[in-house]
Design a protein around this ligand. Structure first.
Ligand code: 13P
Ligand code: SF4
Length: 313
């Protein structure tokens, strides 16, 4: 898309937002032009919290499907729009609700902690949700002798298990295709080339990547750390969309994206997040569709697990 088209679409989107009393929430992994039309940009925890505080008739969620579902769970009376309903998440897809229900049956007496990167049906089977920002706090809020099921991200789960030393935690075997692709060898090479650089890592990465990190945290946590740190250079081991916000906030610092194993695949980009475009945002606002519609019983069960998370945020 050329710049003229893009600024024309942005103007149209701004007008539609005013006309329809709509706001746009966007995740840091969306493209820079999508981030630019957002009223609120955040990580998955901040976006869930923001969704319930907005005073608007329509929430348009510029992100992946589970994020828009979470907004609808928290705001059943608002119209929640998703510009590209096909924008899924490999992690959420790695945890089918029926299989998860069968897994639960195998572990009676276990409480279920689920990452928000899950479908609403999995959240409905969950006692308490977490995000990468608050997973440690959520797990620590449960008595040490309480056996747990943690899903669906095996990497985040084993990272929390390591931090807490908890043995009574069964992990679901799921993962994110973006975060599992980073190459340790290439990160170590970048470290040799930039000896003063700090390595910042999302906890969805594999354990051997997390081990070489100077900081491990959610997208919002990583952004804050880069601001606080005295370092000038950072090797960024998460989805590359976050670089736009990093460079905007800290123009004097240098951010080096960590490459995946196979550099021809561009797989440090989440293909789902990039499915959200100015075109589909504009037509979604014009048509007030596609909209997230949930089964009320499932929504209520999911709401409990999300509210339990927000209460201990
Ligand atoms: P955050 O919780 O950091 O927003 O991460 C969401 C996500 O999808 C990571 O891949
Ligand atoms: Fe899902 Fe991974 Fe994309 Fe995050 S980066 S939305 S976990 S596929």
């Amino acid at each position: 898309m050329n710049v003229e088209n893009s600024s024309e679409l942005s103007r149209r989107i701004e007008a539609l937002k005013r006309e329809k009393n709509a706001i746009i929430l966007a995740h840091y992994y969306t493209t820079p032009e999508v981030q630019a039309v957002a009223d609120f940009l955040g990580d998955s925890l901040a976006l869930s919290v923001q969704a319930q505080q907005v005073d608007a008739r329509i929430i348009l969620f510029a992100g992946v499907h589970f994020m828009a579902e979470t907004a609808k769970v928290l705001c059943p009376d608002k119209k929640v729009l998703i510009p590209c309903p096909e924008a899924g998440c490999s992690l959420a897809e790695s945890c089918d609700a029926r299989e998860f229900a069968a897994f639960k049956v195998k572990y009676p007496g276990h409480k279920v902690v689920s990452y928000v990167n899950t479908t609403v049906e999995v959240k409905a089977l969950t006692d308490i949700c977490c995000t990468s920002s608050n997973a440690l706090k959520v797990v620590e809020s449960l008595p040490a002798d309480q056996p747990l099921i943690f899903g669906p991200d095996r990497n985040l789960g084993s990272y929390i298990q390591k931090l807490t030393g908890r043995q009574n935690m069964v992990l679901w075997d799921g993962a994110c295709h973006v975060h599992e692709e980073f190459s340790l060898e290439k990160i170590l090479q970048l470290k040799r080339e930039h000896p003063g650089a700090k390595v910042v890592v999302h906890p969805e990465c594999r354990a051997y990547i997390v081990e070489v990190a100077d900081y491990v945290g959610s997208t919002a946590g990583i952004l804050d750390y880069c601001g606080r740190s005295e370092a000038r250079e950072f090797i960024v081991v998460t989805e590359a969309g976050i670089l736009a916000e990093m460079r905007k906030r800290y123009p004097e610092k240098v951010f080096i994206p960590a490459p995946p194993d196979d550099e021809t695949c561009a797989c440090n980009n989440c293909k789902y997040m990039k499915m959200v475009t100015l075109e589909n945002i504009c037509s979604c606002l014009e048509n007030e569709a596609p909209e997230i519609i949930l089964d009320e019983e499932v929504r209520q069960a999911a709401e409990r697990s999300i509210r339990n998370m927000i209460a201990i945020r």
